[in-house]
Each structure stands twice: as C-alpha cells, then as structure tokens.
Design a protein around this ligand. Structure first.
Ligand SMILES: [Zn+2]
Length: 226
C-alpha cells in the first residue's frame, strides 16, 4: 500500500484569527490561532506539548492540503451538510454559555441587591435620626467634621387633576409644532415599484443575502434562520 494514503487529509479553513482544522466529516474540528509568528492549537496535544506541535499545526505548516488559509475552500454537498451540523453545534454551545452566564449574572445581581438593601436599612436609621435632630434644633444648615447637613424649603408639588379643564386656560398652554419626518416604507415602495431615482436619495442594488437554518442537535428542531 502506498504510504501516502495513510496520512490523514486535513480540512483547513481560514478564519479572521487563524484556522479551523479537522480531518473531514464526522471528526472534531479545532481552532488554531495565529499568535504573532506562532500557531496555538486548542486541542489536547496542542495544550500539553510544550512545543505546541500537534497534528493540526503540522498540517497547516506542511501546507500539503493546498487550501489557502485566506480563501474559502470548494466543498461538496456532504461537506456542506457537515458544516451545517458544525454551525448547529456551535450555536448550541453559544446558547449553553449564554444560559450559564445569565444564571451567574442573576445570582450576582441577587447577592448585590440583598447586600445593598441591608446597608440601606442601616443607613436609613441614621438618616431619620439626623433629620429629626436638624428639625428639632431649628437649624437650616450644619457643618460638622464628617459632613454638612441642610434643611431646605421645597417648591410646592403641583398635580394636574383635570387636563382638559386646564387646557381651556390659555395662560398655561403652549403649542408644540408638528414635525415632518421621512416615511421610509412609502419611499421604498415607490422606488421599487417605479424605479424612479427620487431626488435626494441614492439606490444601491444588493447581492442576494445568504441565510441558513440548522437543525438543533438535541431537539431536532429548526433554529432561527440567519
Ligand atoms: Zn491541535
């Protein structure tokens, strides 16, 4: 048997920060990051080996696959389906991490709320005592070593009970001018239907938008499409 057939073929996909490397359908794909002039792989061997020379890094360095790290590889239908399953797994992982973070944020918020409420209860005792002391001493302002206290007369609070009745008294009415704004949906409809390039706008034609829907691995239920 030809020795070269024993060598694993690696699928190397360029990403903004490095590469995603796997050995095809059904295998685990790992992330290899470019860190300065070095490559760092997240796989077990990559983490354990001090020189960080796991099979994924060797595959990238040997460049034997012929897939340029920066270009999108030509794939077949089987690989396309496998890539969709990878996206589905990643989405599940993101959701799991979000849920986990949310739980922890909730716990921390609950803790903060309870500790703050306790401190505020303690503070309110001192505030009430100081307030009463200022009133009973007839002081408007008092400066002490640890702070300044003031008792200030407040403006009366005005509550409007009958707005209609009040509007008939023109002394207290002002007119807010009507504002003209662009009706964007009417504009789009007109441009799409007539093709007219209305003065004051420019129209950019856009390429077909790629979207996808994956099947959730655990529930076998479609996720939101992108
Ligand atoms: Zn690796």
């Amino acid at each position: 048997m030809d020795a070269s057939t024993l060598i694993t073929k690696y699928d190397i996909i360029g990403t903004p920060g490095g590469f995603i490397v796997g050995s095809g359908i059904g295998s685990d794909y790992v992330e290899v990051l470019v860190q300065g002039s070095k490559l760092a792989c997240e796989c077990f061997n990559g983490q354990m080996d001090m020189n960080g020379r796991c099979e994924h890094i060797i595959a990238i360095e040997s460049g034997s696959i012929g897939v340029d790290g920066n270009s999108i590889a030509q794939i077949d239908q089987g690989t396309a389906d496998f890539y969709l399953s990878q996206i589905s797994n990643i989405e599940a992982s993101i959701q799991q991490n979000r849920d986990s973070a949310e739980t922890q944020v909730k716990n921390i918020e609950d803790w903060l709320e309870s500790i703050v409420a306790k401190d505020e209860r303690r503070m309110s005792y001192y505030e009430a005592s100081l307030d009463a002391w200022m009133r009973s001493s007839g002081l408007k302002t008092k400066s002490l070593a640890h702070g300044v206290m003031k008792l200030r007369q407040q403006q009366p609070e005005i509550v409007i009970q009958d707005e209609l009745l009040l509007l008939s008294d023109k002394r207290f009415v002002r007119i807010v001018p009507e504002k003209e704004v662009i009706d964007k949906s009417a504009l789009r409809k007109h441009v799409v239907n007539t093709g007219e390039e209305v003065i004051g706008i420019s129209v950019k034609l856009r390429d077909a938008k790629f979207t996808y829907t994956t099947i959730c691995p655990s529930e076998n239920k479609p996720n939101d499409s992108r």
